[in-house]
Design a binder for this molecule. Sequence first.
Ligand code: 6PG
Length: 256
Amino acid sequence: MEESRGDISVCRDLEQLSRRAAHQWARWADEFVMAKGRFTVALSGGSTPRALYARLAGEPFRDCVPWSKVHLFWGDERCVPPDHGDSNYGMVKEALLSKVPIPPENIHRMPGERKDPVRAAFEYEQTLAEFFNLSRTELPRFDLILLGLGEDGHTASLFPGTVVLHERKRLAAAPYVEKLHTYRLTLTPPVLNHAANILFMVSGEAKATILREVLEGEYQPEQRPAQLIRPTPERLLWMIDRAAASRLRQDLGGES
Ligand code: 6PG
């Protein structure tokens, strides 16, 4: 039986997508803080989630989210200093961290500034092991992992044709991405798939073809790494706007 590729919520546009995602974030934050006293999230980089981060920095989320109990991590990072224009941490700091009362000790960024990316990945694994109090073989279970979808089918920094797609032991890795002529830092597929909840946010006409291939095409994770993200169905939610959904064959109805 074809494993479900998750639940899909079609929004009118990025504005509605980011609003819906912000409300979902607030619900999950309340749920996990109530249940466990904290809410652990691995953030995505790129431009789509920026709209969500900006919304969370405003009312009512700035006041209603229990920021002192929220712990932020990153799903991937560019190998640049935190104040560099390409830094995923830098983007989140400008859009969100500088505007909400989250304690600095709750922010666990990837050390993109390290000269040695492999060492940076190892360091982040230590951060995860300490925070989640992991045994040597245990995986961290994030309450939520935000992911985006690149036009080439990548997610986090799992790019087509890279060795990290086959990583089954490491928690974080430093793949060299040929097409970008650079290293990246990324959580690995086992860690992403171990999350309690995964939320993909995909917006815009430019993503319509790859989204159809990922959701409706053959399972070809080497070319479409986003297809590697296959936790049990109830934990995978796609928030997409109409433009990104425009080539999907399945009948998704209008915005719910
Ligand atoms: C990054 C992201 C990356 C992103 C996709 C989609 O570091 O760039 O983590 O995986 O999610 O490239 O980016 P957009 O949502 O901006 O199109």
